[in-house]
Write a protein that binds this ligand. Sequence first.
Ligand SMILES: *[C@@H]1O[C@H](CO)[C@@H](O)[C@H](O)[C@H]1NC(C)=O
Ligand SMILES: *[C@@H]1O[C@H](CO)[C@@H](O)[C@H](O)[C@H]1NC(C)=O
Ligand SMILES: *[C@@H]1O[C@H](CO)[C@@H](O)[C@H](O)[C@H]1NC(C)=O
Ligand SMILES: *[C@@H]1O[C@H](CO)[C@@H](O)[C@H](O)[C@H]1NC(C)=O
Ligand SMILES: *[C@@H]1O[C@H](CO)[C@@H](O)[C@H](O)[C@H]1NC(C)=O
Ligand SMILES: *[C@@H]1O[C@H](CO)[C@@H](O)[C@H](O)[C@H]1NC(C)=O
Ligand SMILES: *[C@@H]1O[C@H](CO)[C@@H](O)[C@H](O)[C@H]1NC(C)=O
Ligand SMILES: [Zn+2]
Ligand SMILES: [Zn+2]
Length: 812
Amino acid sequence: MEVRRDPRSFLFFIILLLIINSPEPQSQNFHTRSQYDDVLDHEWDELGILNRTRYGDFDAGKDKWLNISGLREQDRFAWDLLGPVQQRATEQVKGLLGTTADAFLDGTTDDTGQFPIYRNVSGYVQGEWVRSSLGRVRKPSDLNTTAIPENTPFPVFEYDRNLTGSGGRLRIHITELEGRMQTDENRTVSEITARVIIGDRGSIGGNWWEFVLNGVHFPQFGGSVLTTTSERFAGIFALPHLQLSPRLYSASQELLNRTIQETIERQTNRVYPIWNPWSSAVDGTSEGMLTNPHCEFVLFLQEHPVQFQARKEQQTLPDDIDMNWLEHELRFPTGSSLPPHSSLSMSMVGFSPDCGFVVESKGPPNYPPSEYVHLVGSKTEEFNDRARHGIVAFAITLFAQLLFLIKQMKETATPSTRNRVSFYTIAMLAVGDGFGFLALVFLHIFIGTSQLALYTTAFLSLFSVVFELRFLMDIWTVQATEQIRQERQQASSATQATTPTPNQASPPTASSPTSAPAELPLPVTAARPVDTTPIIIAPDQDDPPEPTTPTPGGTPTATTPARAELGSLYSRYCLLLIGIFFITLQFTTVRSTARAFYFNTLCFLYLSFWCPQIYRNIMRNCRKALRWDFVLGQSLVRLVPITYFYAVSNNVLFSQTDVRALTVLAGWVWVQILALVSQDILGSRFFIREGWAPPAYDYHPLLREDEEGATMPIGSAQAPDDDDPMSMSKAGESKGKGKKVFDCSICTQDIEVPVIASGASSENAPGMSGMILQRRTYMVTPCRHIFHTPCLEGWMRYRLQCPNCREILPPL
Ligand SMILES: *[C@@H]1O[C@H](CO)[C@@H](O)[C@H](O)[C@H]1NC(C)=O
Ligand SMILES: *[C@@H]1O[C@H](CO)[C@@H](O)[C@H](O)[C@H]1NC(C)=O
Ligand SMILES: *[C@@H]1O[C@H](CO)[C@@H](O)[C@H](O)[C@H]1NC(C)=O
Ligand SMILES: *[C@@H]1O[C@H](CO)[C@@H](O)[C@H](O)[C@H]1NC(C)=O
Ligand SMILES: *[C@@H]1O[C@H](CO)[C@@H](O)[C@H](O)[C@H]1NC(C)=O
Ligand SMILES: *[C@@H]1O[C@H](CO)[C@@H](O)[C@H](O)[C@H]1NC(C)=O
Ligand SMILES: *[C@@H]1O[C@H](CO)[C@@H](O)[C@H](O)[C@H]1NC(C)=O
Ligand SMILES: [Zn+2]
Ligand SMILES: [Zn+2]
């Protein structure tokens, strides 16, 4: 009875997990306030420099330095790279927008209204990056190590975010908010934030980093300049000096002068200090004292002009499309049809002023446009649409799954049918759905929209979990009772072989529930004489006599240990689920090789859900446990989301596609289905050797004619009491071909059964292979009654008792 778990320990476990996973709180010593004031003073100083300086005041080539962290000469950053990188960025702008852009950058024209670009670049773009030959490799010793905060306790061998390979994947999520804070009067410049996820193919295990950059966006021509900001590099204060032209310099200086000032004021008024409001750490905390120093990034992004396709009926390019109207329509749809347009795409040039590498997005003109097209993605609105459609599609698969489950549960309503279903198969399905539920609940943190659709789908998911748990409970109760029954039977078989069956005749009196299994009809195999004359009872007549006797494996009386174990079942389910979920969360941040390995393994284990059923079929020598529409439907429906994440390249979770792994997974499911099918057709043990599985009763024995008919079924139709002349002649006729005719007492029709003559050995009997399928047409019970397979299978769904003599039948 000690199985019931203490719920407090469970709660404790969850809290422990939460504590482990939560970011460590920033330690606040008593002198932090003065440190904080120092930081603020430093920021005011640097803002003053931003305020005072002019275009060209910072130029490493001309030995002009600024008193801003990272821009001083003694910091020894690789600022000589800035010139060539700016040149590359300018080339990119000109290549995409033509000479008008050049004139605009120079400030000789203001006329940029006709660039067909999105004014709001909120959204994401992804693609490949490639290392440019402009850059070089710099060692940590090339930098001024005294500039590193002195509380770094260990020598630095390699910086974080140091791209060492020649290429990799890159994804940029851009957020551009509206409001006075972020933009100027005419929206010529606005502040943006970008979250960059950059993978390095050259590193061990495919390392990748995620960090945040801040910068400015010029909606008039679609360019952006972004930078990281840290203690070693005050990127945001240096941003105007990184711009491509004097015009952009002054625009960004004007904006940053105001926004930085407001940010510092807010920083001053905070109760809890924010050490770095422009931190590049993803969770917004300032970089901890003990973390490795990291490489800084400066990125130049240029949006590509939007391409419109001519609509067929119009035959003209709608070149007068107002981008403002298009964007407004995307964001606040009024139902007007939008012209087909290309998605948000960008080119990128970036460099690290300290680590010295230069990266570019892969695409034309250096790479064929058929292979690489720089960075492509979609605007937030389109992404949200896609996410919503994905969620609705997932809801539909959940719904289908629920329907299959309910149908199966209806079919599996009797104890004997429940006994066949593998508990672990259903448990795996339930864990999968529970995982889906947790994922949906937390997904809105990642997707950030479609909350209603998400939660509705999560509810649907929870609904199927509830159904599955209910089904599990039914199965478990039946199978636990069956197990107890078998154990008692084994334990008592020795005593009952000698003592006469005591309470067989007397109806059971009201008794304690724990003794219920003992009252089940006792096995009579030992006592029954072999040559008892069969009692033929029509199936509809055998019920009334003893209504109080529980049927074997019938409605089980819920015993106390059963309940306690059921409780532990639920807590085990929850623990397992939460455990898997947190492990999965941890694995989302590891190197990509390990992550891919983990997710492939997880999916493989999950998609092995038919294996326990195959195993149970073998061990119990049964088949027909699950409906075919359940098997096929569940396999299909559960492959759909996995296929989506493995095969669709712009899926909502940005998972890396891997068609090879998907093929393996789908093939594995297919192999399991094949195994189930062949078990159904050829017998559940056809692919394993004799003796590997425990002995189980074989309902389809090979009938052999021996001397006294000891293995022959009772009630052969050739017996003299059969007065049907047709049957007589048939029996006589087929006997010569090694067949016998029996009578099925369920449908009262004849059964023609192949029989091996007494002399012949089974190996050289003719037509042995054909008999495998023929043997499936009849079933012989342990009490040697013979029936049609469909007849007895139908019967056994309700009752595990021989229709003729009421002996207990082993489950199918
Ligand atoms: C910026 O410069 C102006 C004068 O040009 C001065 O009045 C203002 O206080 C300065 N702002 C900051 C934050 O230093
Ligand atoms: C640079 O600024 C710091 C304060 O931020 C100041 O202490 C230092 O004297 C300045 N150095 C120069 C060369 O102006
Ligand atoms: C490193 O920086 C410190 C100030 O942060 C400066 O005093 C020192 O000269 C620099 N070292 C080199 C080699 O430039
Ligand atoms: C960056 O990686 C390269 C190649 O592994 C290495 O030589 C260099 O020292 C690293 N740079 C930094 C700053 O860690
Ligand atoms: C840009 O679009 C996003 C997504 O619709 C929106 O949240 C944001 O406010 C927009 N920004 C501007 C400046 O319009
Ligand atoms: C905004 O546009 C108006 C009219 O085009 C112009 O008068 C004004 O100077 C502009 N403001 C800024 C800050 O450029
Ligand atoms: C920066 O802002 C201040 C007011 O906050 C203003 O007086 C000054 O002129 C601005 N500087 C520049 C260069 O725009
Ligand atoms: Zn029949
Ligand atoms: Zn029988």
